[in-house]
Write a protein that binds this ligand. Structure first.
Ligand code: NDP
Length: 344
């Protein structure tokens, strides 16, 4: 089968030449295993850290000469597991390849993906790990309460566009966000229900927050870290909560913010957390599986009733998958970034 391999670790920012599409033999199917043809593959910022040798991100790092992996959704072509028939749609971790042989036990929600309930891409986006991350971050980590004012960064991305919409439906009174570029900001207000949006590349976020949320915010959903986290510390009200979800300002090498003062690098900003009795809590979504049934029921309901919008940026073809990752890091996506290998 065709797979995307890491050829060499990036020297600075990753480039297309760090990856190659290669042909690899598939293992034969053992008892309890499935042969899956991948249809959609998730493109995730966490893959950036996994290209390096040193820092460990979420899960194992990639190895030069070996295939990449990641979340994917596919159709079962052959099954040696009674409970997952051929033709079923499954989510699993062996993306970045056309076909995969995997243990049925390692599929996520086997037999539970119903293309009648929501289109296939949604199962990797709003109804997948992406939406779940937004939900866990708001509902549990930031303990969102009705009436709260909420700030979300990378707000036009996959997690951010879900978080803004969920926050509103969970009772937030004011939802503001930041994203790169005027077009994305317009979309935040028009499509994702944000009350106000600011382009972090055009205006220091601290000033933008003073304008968009003059009375401060109760919750900051942090996808970015750096300058935006520092700005949020100043905007948070006493007792405010921060869900530390990710740090795109460390991943997205080419994206530059308007604040060049280096204020963001100053750890002394954390005095704000002392003065205002803030709670800053990091999380990894997979530790919160107990919330999954509640999440799926609520979000499926919101989708059915048309109260939320699922947005994806879809790139076609396995050979374009590395480009999709580089584009994601450079803000080339609106909503969930996916690679499509087929539709059925
Ligand atoms: P996104 O769809 O949000 O894509 C990443 C976005 O980051 C880009 O579109 C770009 O948008 C923005 N970006 C890139 N560089 C910078 C920068 N220097 N400063 C500010 N923004 C930047 O990805 P996801 O929704 O998949 O992930 C969002 C965050 O959630 C990431 O930090 C990710 O690591 C984290 N995450 C955490 C999980 C957990 O368990 N804790 C699980 C899943 C994701 P723009 O045009 O606005 O710059």
């Amino acid at each position: 089968t065709r797979v995307v391999c890491l050829l060499r670790r990036p020297d600075g920012e990753p480039v297309p030449g760090d990856f190659a599409v290669e042909e690899r033999p598939l293992p034969s199917l053992g008892e309890g295993q499935l042969l899956v043809r991948n249809l959609y593959m998730s493109v995730d910022p966490s893959m950036r850290g996994r290209l390096e040798s040193t820092e460990k991100h979420y899960t194992h790092n990639f190895t030069p000469g070996s295939p990449l992996d990641g979340r994917a959704l596919g159709v079962v072509e052959e099954s040696r597991c009674a409970s997952v028939p051929s033709g079923a749609y499954v989510r699993h971790q062996l993306g970045w390849r056309e076909r995969a042989v995997l243990d049925a036990a390692d599929t996520d929600g086997a037999g539970r993906i119903d293309p009648e309930l929501a289109p296939l891409p949604t199962w990797l986006g709003l109804l997948g790990q992406t939406g779940f991350t937004a939900y866990v971050g708001l509902a549990r980590i930031a303990a969102l309460r009705p009436g709260d004012a909420v700030f979300v960064s990378a707000a036009a991305g996959a997690v951010g566009s879900a978080a803004g919409q969920f926050a509103r439906l969970l009772g937030a009174e004011r939802v503001v966000g930041t994203a790169g570029g005027a077009d994305k900001c317009a979309l935040l207000v028009k499509e994702f229900g944000y009350d106000a949006a600011a382009d972090y590349r055009a205006e220091p976020v601290r000033e933008a927050l003073a304008r968009m949320a003059p009375d401060g915010v109760d919750v900051y959903f942090d996808n970015v870290g750096g300058e935006q986290l520092a700005a949020a510390l100043h905007a948070l009200r006493t007792g405010g909560r921060v869900a530390l979800c990710g740090m795109m300002s460390q991943f997205g090498g080419q994206r530059r913010s308007a604040d060049t003062s280096q204020r963001s690098a100053d750890i002394n900003q954390l005095i704000q957390a002392v003065l205002k009795r803030l709670t800053l809590r990091g999380f990894i979504v997979r530790d919160h599986e107990d919330l999954r049934p509640e999440f799926e029921e609520r979000v499926a309901g919101w989708l059915r009733s048309g109260r939320i919008t699922a947005r994806e940026t879809v790139v076609d073809g396995l050979e374009n998958a590395p480009g999709a990752l580089l584009s994601l890091l450079d803000g080339g996506n609106i909503g969930k970034m996916l690679v499509r290998l087929g539709d059925s």
